[in-house]
Design a protein around this ligand. Structure first.
Ligand code: ADP
Length: 418
């Protein structure tokens, strides 16, 4: 339980980290990309203002020939494209790539043998207040796109490394976080073990004294109703003490619960027999389907207790005249036993809690039925010992179905263990 809690916390930690990383990464990438785009805009503006003075406008027709010759002579690197247009938007001169007319913003232009993404901007050219044409400058956006891609790729490559590191950190910190819980569970288990043993001696003394008292009163022909009340109460205390002792034994991994090869009917038959009197007393129709002969490798007494507890609950929480049905069968390599009743049912939001120690859906009802709140905790502990599972389906007012799945023994393995 503690380990599964620790794993859940680690997964939660990891999930949270991944969410923050993905959202944070996307936001960082967006900011980075936007910053680079702004830098490109500035570069474009700088280039325009650098080229503008070199344009000859005196002839009435804009020309950059002189600037181009000088640039070629000085081996100056030029931007992706510079174009001059007349006032009607007709191309006059072009250097480098040629855009498809006058355009602003991001566009694709045809390069030598592939298309290139560029940022384009143009400005009007004036001489003595007369509009003579346009200067269009384009610069490639590949440096920005490559930087953004590398940023994204780095984040992606970092992800598995960080995820592993965060998982380790999460596992470590969840270990620290659940230490107090672990301590409380340990204290509870110790309490369960101690309380059971502390209880049993005085209860046995009360029982023995009660018997002596009863015999003495009988000799004097005195009958006291109160004696039967004390006897019932001491029986309940004795049951509680034995439940606590048994639970403590199940909790202790070193406690001996000798396992053997048992046939399924050796578990089912005694359990049915144990509860048939109780069912008859409440006029409950107790039925059992034919039980297949399937082998279980386990602790005979515990398995019988497990089934008796489920059947007892089914009868306890079913109104007089109702029905309780036990079915047993096989599902792949597991034995499936179901105990179904037509009783009061369990609300859906309580289903997870009913296996907790001392948990009761309806305190007063359970107490009136003589329940200690340990029956299902014992069932769960027994099933855990047998690497088995339990599932509950229930509809309030209609009934409940407890389904147990136990591995079928591999007879050869079981015999060699035996
Ligand atoms: P209890 O001794 O109170 O019966 P259990 O641990 O056996 O304790 O069961 C825990 C609680 O689960 C019970 O108090 C009862 O409210 C509920 N419960 C268990 N089995 C059934 C059932 N077959 N039908 C309805 N409620 C049930």
């Amino acid at each position: 339980m503690i380990q599964s809690l620790r794993k859940k916390l680690t997964l939660l930690f990891l999930g949270l980290f991944l969410l923050i990383y993905v959202l944070g990464g996307a936001a960082a990438l967006g900011v980075f990309y936007h910053g680079l785009s702004l830098a490109l805009d500035e570069e474009l503006r700088d280039l325009s203002s650098e080229i503008l003075p070199a344009i000859q406008l005196s002839t009435g027709k804009p020309s950059l020939k002189k600037w181009a010759d000088a640039a070629e002579h000085e081996h100056l690197t030029s931007p992706a494209g510079i174009q001059l247009f007349d006032q009607k938007g007709r191309l006059l001169e072009k250097y480098g790539l040629s855009g498809d007319g006058l355009k602003k913003g991001e566009l694709k232009v045809q390069g030598d043998n592939h298309t290139i993404s560029v940022k384009s901007n143009f400005e009007e050219l004036h001489e003595d207040g007369k509009h003579l044409g346009y200067l269009q400058v384009q610069i490639p956006t590949n440096s920005r796109d490559t930087a953004a891609q590398q940023f994204g790729l780095t984040m992606l490559l970092m992800l598995p490394i960080l995820a592993v590191a965060v998982s380790f950190a999460g596992y470590f910190f969840s270990g620290l976080a659940i230490k107090p819980v672990e301590k409380s569970i340990k204290v509870l288990k110790t309490f369960v073990a101690d309380a059971g043993h502390e209880f049993i001696t005085p209860v046995t003394v009360v029982e023995a004294s009660l018997q002596t008292l009863e015999e003495q009163l009988k000799e004097h022909n005195i009958g006291l109703d109160v004696l039967s009340m004390i006897s019932r109460a001491s029986q309940r205390m004795k049951d509680l003490a034995s439940d606590l002792i048994f639970l403590a034994k199940l909790d202790n991994p070193d406690a001996q619960l000798p396992e053997e090869l048992i046939s399924l009917d050796e578990v089912v038959d005694p359990a049915i027999e144990d509860v048939s009197e109780l069912a008859r007393g409440k006029s409950i129709a107790l039925s059992c389907s034919s039980v297949p002969e399937l082998p279980i490798y386990g602790h005979r007494h515990s398995l019988q207790v497990m089934l008796t507890n489920l059947l007892t609950n089914a009868i306890k929480y079913t109104e007089t005249g109702g029905s309780v049905k036990l079915d047993a069968g096989q599902e792949n390599n597991r034995i499936v036993i179901s105990v179904e009743d037509s009783g009061i049912g369990i609300p859906a939001d309580r289903l997870d809690s009913i296996f907790e120690r001392f948990y009761r859906v309806d305190e007063s009802r359970s107490r009136a039925q003589g329940g200690s709140g340990l029956g299902l905790a014992i069932v769960k502990a027994i099933l855990e010992r047998h690497k088995s599972e339990i599932e509950v389906q229930s509809t309030p007012g209609k009934g409940s179905k407890f389904i147990v799945r136990i591995p079928i023994a591999q007879v050869s393995v079981a015999i060699s263990k035996h």
